[in-house]
Design a protein around this ligand. Structure first.
Ligand SMILES: CC(C)(COP(=O)(O)OP(=O)(O)OC[C@H]1O[C@@H](n2cnc3c(N)ncnc32)[C@H](O)[C@@H]1OP(=O)(O)O)[C@@H](O)C(=O)NCCC(=O)NCCS
Length: 170
């Protein structure tokens, strides 16, 4: 996984992950493997990272370029969605350079202000921090209303309004 992710990171397409970080979050990952005559080969990975009690991020999504466009990326993200729904998340989001891939999977482009302040965690060590050109995409897994964060420093707010027991917005 480290090699797959960091090959893309070297092209500034993804954030790098060292082995210690991967080990810490290893249970977040789903991987795609191909059977080979000698055993199996890892050809893709993705992680579900929880940001709030209702919002998760599609993180570290990577498919081996030799196996791209064979539906592996779709399968990985779809399996993440099954996991997110099982965890009762209301929404999944991603920061990406491939918004068209995500739009095929039902994600909409959104203003990054409606997303949690990722900057406090990952972005600070990103080489593009001052000049970020990633596109924010989001999929609603439940009926939710998006509302922007009120201030740049407030990381305690929820991403969206929580639905009430009756299903109506609070
Ligand atoms: C983006 C990525 C995960 C796609 O994986 P993949 O296995 O090639 O994607 P799939 O074959 O499952 O494609 C699913 C659909 O998206 C489309 N698609 C795939 N990559 C696309 C792209 N870069 N731009 C537009 N559409 C794309 C496919 O044509 C397919 O459409 P279809 O269902 O109409 O046939 C892979 O190219 C990758 O690892 N990219 C580099 C890392 C990266 O950008 N990760 C995302 C971080 S948020």
């Amino acid at each position: 996984m480290a090699r797959l992710i960091n090959d893309y990171a070297a092209q500034e397409i993804m954030l790098p992950r060292n082995e210690m970080e991967l080990a810490e979050s290893i249970r977040d990952f789903t991987v795609a493997e191909l059977k080979t005559p000698g055993g199996k080969q890892l050809v893709g990975c993705v992680a579900l990272h929880f940001y709030t009690t209702i919002a998760g991020e599609v993180r570290s999504l990577a498919v081996d370029p030799a196996h791209a466009r064979h539906g592996i990326g779709r399968k990985l993200v779809e399996s993440l969605e099954v996991e997110a729904r099982a965890c009762d998340l209301a929404t999944l989001f991603a920061f990406t350079y491939v918004p068209d891939f995500f739009s095929k999977l039902g994600y909409e482009r959104v203003d990054r202000n409606v997303l949690p302040l990722k900057a406090w965690k990952d972005c600070l060590r990103c080489p593009k921090f001052q000049n970020c050109d990633e596109i924010a995409v989001l999929k609603r897994l439940k009926e939710i209303e998006l509302r922007p964060f009120p201030s740049a420093g407030d990381s305690t707010r929820e991403l969206v309004q929580l639905p009430t027991q009756s299903g109506k917005l609070a």
